[in-house]
Design a protein around this ligand. Structure first.
Ligand SMILES: *Cc1c(COP(=O)(O)O)cnc(C)c1O
Length: 391
């Protein structure tokens, strides 16, 4: 097996889901976002673990992702969060996937295809309350909901919206989310006043689970389940960085999350270089001393961002060593010092769960240095990196 691998701690996924469950009112269902291969953790394995731990719905971003889960035997409801192509309507219905819809053209088309197949299609109406991505105007929602209700081939399974800044505790962001919430609730009331039943009302993702009180009757959660808070680090106290987030203001935020993915590789080669020698493409790093360089078989094509060149430190045992010079497509180099204790074949942790001894070694720490968010770090771990499922 390739030395570079991602250990997927499914026991941590189960733990995180149970942490989330503890914080939610009892009657709130959980829909796990397993799009993009479960944020890189494996959609199928994440789904199976999640369902075993009480998750009732799954969310994907494309019809293809939904089909893959169906083909693997998943029977739980699957919501497709993005707008599909019109020509995907048939596969959506045949695979019992519930699309998010937001306009009349799609409703009419879906109804036509459903009637030609003589099958019913469950749909979720998305309302744009301020994200400006997908969703109908709040004023159009009752009309569209009525149109769905009036069709014998469509079933309105849910009404949804999505928040733009629910992962922030800044005053103006809280105010914006509150405006989105108010508009959504108002729209839900208007739909209900047309005698339209709405089985599922969902708006809340990871951010709002932490920052808001209103959960409606289903949450769509991704990141928290994979072990990270989406809140900007400035809103987290230090204890969160070792997976022990405690916010005294609000009990609901005291989630004890454990990162699920552990990205490992090992040292495949060690060599001595002299003061003045350069390392890697572009000769951007020149050694200021005689030292030893270790080569790792992981590069940007594995999902280790090239922007981390000469910036990230990775962990071997209990010490951190800097990546020096440019990260290549498949390899990168570490400065392991003049009298190295690191040996060839030693295991290297790029990121993973924290322990009482290991800190600042999570995907979130990596993301911070790369100038991105941990969603991007885990979901970009390439499929050539084998996933090893544990727990
Ligand atoms: C990905 C996604 C979610 C889950 O978001 P997290 O921040 O990972 O919890 C929820 N809703 C929609 C529409 C999404 O695209």
């Amino acid at each position: 097996m390739r030395p570079t691998k991602a250990i997927i701690h499914l026991d941590n996924l189960a733990h995180n889901i149970n942490e989330i469950k503890k914080k939610l009112p009892r009657d709130v269902a959980i829909c796990l976002a397993v799009k993009a291969e479960g944020y890189g953790h494996g959609a199928l394995q994440s789904s199976v673990t999640a369902i075993r731990n009480g998750v009732t719905h799954l969310a994907v971003a494309s019809v293809q992702e939904g089909i893959e889960l169906r083909n693997a035997g998943i029977i739980a409801p699957i919501i497709c969060l993005s707008i599909p192509n019109l020509d995907e309507a048939k596969t959506i219905i045949e695979n019992n996937i519930s699309p998010i819809i937001a306009d009349e053209e799609f409703i009419t088309h879906l109804e036509m295809i459903a009637s030609s197949l003589n099958k019913k299609c469950k749909v979720h109406l998305k309302i744009d309350t301020g994200m400006a991505r997908i969703g109908c105007a709040p004023l159009d929602a009752p009309y569209l909901a009525k149109k769905i209700q009036n069709s014998p081939f469509l079933h309105l399974e849910g009404v949804a919206t999505h928040f733009a800044v629910s992962d922030s505790k800044r005053c103006e962001d809280i105010a914006f989310t509150n405006r989105q919430l108010a508009l959504f609730k108002e729209t839900i009331e208007k739909i209900k006043s047309c005698s339209i039943g709405i089985p599922l009302v969902h708006a809340v993702a990871s951010g709002a689970i932490i920052t808001q009180n209103e959960m409606f009757n289903m949450v769509r959660v991704g990141l928290l389940a994979y072990g990270y808070s989406p809140l900007e680090s400035s809103f987290e106290d230090d204890s969160f960085e070792n997976s022990n987030y405690n916010d005294n203001e609000d009990n609901r935020t005291s989630l004890n999350l454990k990162p699920v993915m552990e990205l490992l590789t090992h040292v495949v080669f060690i060599k001595k270089i002299k003061k003045g020698d350069s390392v890697s493409y572009g000769r951007t790093w020149v050694s200021e001393k005689d030292t030893y360089i270790a080569t790792l078989p992981i590069g940007y094509a594995d999902g280790l961002p090239r922007s981390l060149s000469s910036k990230l430190k990775v962990r071997i045992g209990s010490s951190f060593y800097p990546i020096v010079g440019r990260i290549c497509m498949d390899q990168c180099m570490l400065d392991i010092g003049v009298e190295p204790t690191v040996k060839r074949w030693d295991e290297v942790c790029i990121f993973g769960p924290s322990t009482s001894e290991v800190k600042n070694n999570s995907a979130k720490d990596v993301a911070k240095i790369a100038g991105t968010i941990c969603y991007e770090i885990t979901s970009n771990i390439n499929k050539r990196v084998p996933r090893i499922y544990e727990g």
